[in-house]
Ligand binder design. Sequence first.
Ligand code: PBG
Length: 308
Amino acid sequence: MIFSSGIKSSLVQPHFVVAGSGVDDAIETMPGINRQSVDVLMETIAGDMDNGISSHMLFGVVDSHEKDPMASKASDSEMPLQRAVLQLKEKYGNEIVLMTDVCLCTATDHGHCGVIHNQEIDNDLTIPELVRISLSHAEAGADYIAASDMMDGRVKAIRKALESEGFTSTGILSYSVKYASSFYGPFRDAASSSPNHGDRKSHQMDIRSGYKEAVFEAMSDQKEGADVIMIKPAITYLDVVRQVADSVSKPVAVYNVSGEYSMVMASSKDISERKAMVQEIFYSFNRAGADIIVSYHAREAMSQKWFD
Ligand code: PBG
């Protein structure tokens, strides 16, 4: 993708892919964003492509009866996510940029982002599982592995595996700076990925932590081989975005997360007010130094031509 300073070309639209056909499930807290089976998703993305969105982030939603402690299903080539990537790449080739979320939480029965050992998430037991999932995405044709799990050392391990399996042009977008935020609620409903006990505070960053930790995480992911450094959430961490953007040489992405989207959708009284809010938000991302903006607002912003 082109990392330019223009807002339009920096936008990435997220999607939730589910099993079945003809499925187009509304997500109550995220008006305008649906969970879709591959056939419906193809139509949605065709519309987005027509409106000028060429970059897409895909999340695979796994049915509860297919979940297990190791997230085995997440690397299955027959799963909706992998099938969607394959079909989209067949249809659009290099015109589309696909980023695929790699984490265990959507496919584990306990809902945690890693393998549980002695009642704790075990970093080192999780890495091989993340590698297995990443390789299945690369094989389907993903352009960027979007590693959202926050385990230590996973960028290096994924990079090494991609290289040794011959996926030399597959990039890694790392969620390098990801806070244990309260703004992920609507997403967890959408992706059915809430932990069934406890929280994500062991591996996501403390909301009170300062710049140094954020810059350290970003620099170490860059050193491990990340091609894009992501900060998440966006609106409440723009100070961190600026610090990180000034420190790394790789492009910086922000994830304008589900709770941030829901706030705008709930508080704007009509489309013109929403337009003004989204413009204000996206310009602030741009000003803080974001080269890439992942946002559920991308679709409306582009179809309504809110940016020139
Ligand atoms: C998976 C993941 C999450 C989000 C993106 N990838 C949820 C989480 O960390 O609990 C959140 C995105 C959003 O809120 O829009 N780990």
